[in-house]
Design a protein around this ligand. Structure first.
Ligand code: BTN
Length: 339
């Protein structure tokens, strides 16, 4: 922890802390304390100087800064090593570099803005500045490479659980669309992109990238996404405390990841199913140039979508799903409401 972070920690303990108390606690001069306070103000903290009394922290900036995230973190590994960027091409690319440099499991890369945010199936991920969460975790699961895709399914449950902790998000508003889109009121609020570095029989590392639209306004989305995408702010009218949400996500993810690695995805499948907006619906799945249409019967213990079509039952590991009657036919919950 650097000196500025220690000053913040002390200022959070008392309404007002004297310059002398800070300089004694940190073993630095009062001039040095003042210099650090100035640096914190420049980073967006409001610190009032009260004559003859000391410094009072009155507000923190809405920024994904390590000190702001760490104070909410309750994890052992996830987010404990943290790299935060103002602008980056893609947090997944940066996390992949860190993974190759032996970064420990749980290392988290965050950015306020991505210039080349990556989505599934070669798509891009719209990443406007300072409103959302763009996060990539380095994972080193002891799983067979064939089971790697289960991590993205599990991560969708972690995102759904973290969203459910937010005020105003009653059960039923958050849903998962296989394989790992998170929906809020039937519109996409979060996406997950896992990228694996593996040998034939061993995963070296997985980068788990998660984008969550938190405080984006309608204007932040390109016109072609406005009907199908949303943010928590748009859906609930309430701004999300992004550092707190980032820490909550680290918590839900660590718990779920450890369980899946220990017990397999099957242990999580019932919870995944409870969020699924596809079960019972007629969908078309596109995978490797093949299109299949059928009714979704659920998900199996390996994370495969169970689809019952005219040619019988198919179990599909990856693909792009469209609901035959379209996104707009999803109800507020993203689940029911048929015409
Ligand atoms: C999807 O297409 O649904 C997946 C989107 C994943 C976006 C996230 S944002 C953080 C991380 N960095 C990236 O470049 N992509 C992922």
């Amino acid at each position: 922890m650097d000196t500025a972070e220690r000053i913040l920690r002390l200022l959070r303990r008392e309404p007002v802390v004297s310059g002398e108390a800070l300089s004694d606690a940190l073993g630095i001069s009062r001039a040095a304390v003042w210099k650090h306070v100035e640096a914190l103000r420049a980073a967006g903290y409001r610190i009032d100087a009260q004559r003859a009394r000391g410094y009072a922290l009155t507000s923190a900036p809405d920024r994904l800064l390590p000190a702001e995230i760490e104070r909410h973190l309750a994890t052992e590994r996830f987010g404990r090593r943290l790299a935060c960027f103002e602008t980056i091409d893609s947090t997944n690319l940066r996390a992949a570099t860190l993974a190759r440099e032996d970064a420990p499991e749980g290392t988290l890369v965050l950015a306020e803005r991505q210039t080349a945010g990556r989505g599934r199936l070669g798509r891009s991920w719209v990443s406007p500045a300072r409103v959302n969460l763009y996060a990539s975790f380095v994972l080193r699961p002891r799983l067979a490479p064939a089971d790697g895709p289960q991590l993205a399914l599990a991560a969708a449950v972690a995102v759904a659980r973290a969203l459910r902790t937010l005020p105003g998000l009653a059960p039923g508003r958050v849903a998962i669309k296989w394989p790992n889109d998170c929906l809020l009121d039937g519109r996409k609020v979060a996406g997950i992109l896992t990228e694996m570095d593996a040998e034939v029989d061993r995963i070296r590392s997985v980068v788990l990238g998660i984008g969550v639209n938190l405080n984006a306004s309608a204007g932040a989305f390109p016109a072609e996404l406005r009907d199908t995408a949303t943010s928590v702010l748009l859906a609930t009218g309430a701004r999300v405390d992004r550092p707190r949400f980032a820490a909550a996500l680290c918590g839900t993810l660590e718990a779920i990841y450890d369980r899946v690695v220990r017990e397999g995805f099957g242990a999580l499948a019932p919870e995944w199913e409870s969020y699924s907006c596809l079960t019972g619906r007629v969908v078309t799945v596109e995978c490797a140039g093949r299109r299949r249409t059928g009714t979704v019967r659920g998900i199996d213990a390996g994370g495969r979508l169970v689809l019952e079509g005219s040619e019988g039952e198919a179990r599909i590991m990856a693909g792009d799903v469209s609901i035959v009657d379209g996104y707009r036919m999803l109800g507020r919950t993203g689940k029911e409401e048929r015409p």
